[in-house]
Design a protein around this ligand. Structure first.
Ligand SMILES: [Zn+2]
Length: 132
């Protein structure tokens, strides 16, 4: 974890964003690749396993026919989303840009962008990397 400047703004808003230093862990290319691979193998593997078990237990081949393409499409798709995440946020609290209430950022949230709801006023708060 290292303190990194982060832009805090409202989603779909042109109001000036504030910049805060938040604890962020940056993922290296190897770690991102490993996370994505794990996701692909996990999702596709579980779906293929469920599909095969269902095929053995139930005499409906269309279940298998549906789960197989799902496994082939969904696994790499979720892997792509896992690859896109470049940072892991640490637990912290920040102030809502609109109502200034406190928003708790959960440990392990992924970015960028990372999005949270303000519980007080309901807006979507968006965290982004500061462009340098
Ligand atoms: Zn708010």
């Amino acid at each position: 974890m290292e303190l990194t400047p982060v832009r805090v703004g409202m989603m779909d808003s042109r109001r000036p964003e504030s910049v805060l230093d938040l604890p962020v862990r940056h993922l290296g290319a190897a770690e991102r690749m490993w996370r994505a691979t794990r996701k692909v193998l996990g999702v596709s593997g579980v779906l293929l396993l469920v599909g095969n078990v269902l095929l053995l237990m139930l005499p409906f081949p269309h279940l298998h026919l549906c789960l197989f393409p799902l496994a082939v499409v969904l696994g790499p798709l979720l892997g792509w989303f896992a690859w896109r995440d470049k940072v892991v946020l640490g637990a912290c609290a920040l102030n809502c840009p609109r109502c200034h209430g406190t928003i708790a950022v959960p440990e392990g949230a992924m970015g960028w962008p990372a999005r949270f709801n303000c519980e007080a006023c309901g807006i979507m708060v968006e965290l982004n990397a500061v462009d340098r």
